[in-house]
Design a protein around this ligand. Structure first.
Ligand code: UDX
Length: 431
């Protein structure tokens, strides 16, 4: 490795950029990660990691020799054979993806005279690659290659998802660039899907849309289960054995959040709309998810009456376990709704913070959160919640109401412990 390694510049030291950089270093390449935020670079230079992502700290540590961090574009590009773009593409007010950070990277590229390949990791609308190609050509950089190489890494398992992916997608204008990027992934055992740039861009958006569709679908099945007395956990198991359906992404709950799904669904919806197409299924998926995040409020109102002055404990703030990320987290929507109803909200999370949630009291233990609460809502399925001594908690609550927003705990055991236990898409509480 090492000596044969390629020189890779990664623009953006966020989740995607850091994981990409660390994994390419692990594959033997020499990587420079560049970010515009000096504090972030300083943290990385000190050997610390500015985000929580399991395995990332070890990977960065192990490959320290092959990794450098900088704010300087020239230093990042110097000698680089590949320039990975891993900057944020947040939604604008219109729902389109904001590509200003992407354009900054492209426009800041110094006029190199050797052949380099620009690889797009950021999620971008279909057609972006063609625009980048045009812009590079206009600057006389026709010799700079371009590929779309989307990421499919989920937070919490990003390192594993990068090193052991289901597939690697490479969209290119020129076969030579696709070959080079494929070679860069040598050491990873996965099928490579080669495509034109537009199709590669769409693969990313369509994959996310398919996953979100499954979640909203099972959430709607859950809601009908509640109305009809069926149990969505059993239903998901029963349909999941069908190989045509498969059993992943069929967990009903309080809806999806995170940095990708909500943003990417809006971007795809807007992309379709801009081309004059009304994407009906996707619109429904988004709407179902918004309603799902608020459904727990209805359950609490049914169990507690007015929520004014009621103390509600939220267990979990992160949008899913094993991450400190609270972007678009259902817990934040729930907290906002509860506060608006006049409830007192107390929250626990092992690593995520309630920063930005004004009026929410954050505590450090589940026991503290539940003490004197009128209801506990399990929002994020942190594994440690399985080991809590729930029977001991019942007695400390003002009212033993428990809403399991992730169907994580055993209904029989929770009811046996004395809880008025409700979940998502399972038989209604018996009181
Ligand atoms: C997702 C995609 O999985 C990844 O491929 C893409 O690159 C980025 O977006 P991520 O947002 O990190 O990754 O998390 P993921 O594990 O996919 O979960 C997304 C949301 O869906 C979470 O809020 C999770 O709780 C929810 N979810 C997931 C469900 O509600 N039910 C499920 O069955 C699965």
């Amino acid at each position: 490795m090492g000596e044969q390694g390629k020189r890779v510049a990664v623009f953006g030291a966020g989740y995607v950029g850091l994981v990409t950089g660390a994994c390419f270093a692990e594959l033997g390449h020499r990587v420079t990660v560049r970010d515009v935020i000096p504090e972030k670079i300083a943290i990385l230079e000190r050997g610390e990691v500015p985000i929580y992502e399991p395995g990332l700290d070890e990977l960065l540590e192990r490959n320290r020799q092959r990794l450098t961090f900088t704010t300087d574009v020239g230093e990042a590009i110097d000698g680089a054979e590949f320039v990975y773009v891993a900057v944020g593409t947040p939604p604008t007010f219109s729902g389109d993806a904001d590509l200003s950070a992407v354009w900054t990277v492209i426009d800041e590229l110094p006029p190199v005279d050797h052949r380099i390949v620009v690889a797009m990791k950021s999620t971008v609308p279909v057609g972006t690659g063609a625009k980048v190609r045009h812009r590079l050509d206009a600057r006389g950089l026709g010799h700079v290659g371009y590929v779309s190489n989307p990421e499919f890494t989920a937070e919490g398992t990003a390192v594993k998802d990068f090193m052991e992916p289901d597939r690697i997608v490479i969209g290119s204008f020129d076969q030579v660039d696709a070959d080079a990027v494929a070679a860069l992934h040598e050491g990873i055992d996965a099928p490579i899907v080669r495509a034109d740039v537009a199709s590669a861009e769409m693969i990313k958006l369509a994959a996310n849309a398919a996953l979100m569709t499954r979640i909203s679908f099972i959430n709607e099945i859950a809601n009908v289960c509640e109305a009809t007395g069926a149990d969505v956990v059993k239903v998901a198991e029963g349909i999941g054995y069908d190989r045509r359906i498969g059993n992943s992404f069929l967990r009903a709950g309080v809806g999806f959040g995170g940095s990708c799904f909500p943003k990417d669904s809006l971007a795809l919806k807007q992309l379709a709309a801009n081309s004059g197409y009304h994407f009906q299924v996707l619109n429904a998926v988004i709407e179902v998810n918004e309603l799902q995040k608020r459904r727990v409020i209805g359950k609490l109102s049914e169990l507690l009456g007015s929520l004014r002055g009621k103390r509600i404990a939220l267990l979990g703030l992160a949008f899913k376990p094993n991450t400190d990320d609270t972007r678009e987290a259902p817990a934040f929507v729930l907290a906002g709704r509860l506060l608006a109803e006049g409830a007192d909200v107390v929250a626990w999370d092992p690593i995520a913070s309630s920063d930005g949630l004004h009026g929410v009291e954050q505590v450090t233990t589940v026991e503290e959160a539940a003490r004197d609460a009128d209801a506990v809502v399990l929002v994020t399925e942190w594994p440690q919640l399985r080991d809590v001594d729930w029977p001991a908690i019942v007695a400390t609550m003002r009212r033993p109401v428990f809403v399991d927003g992730r169907n994580m705990l055993d209904p029989g055991a929770m009811r046996g412990a004395g809880f008025t236990y409700d979940a998502i898409g399972r038989a209604a509480p018996t009181g």
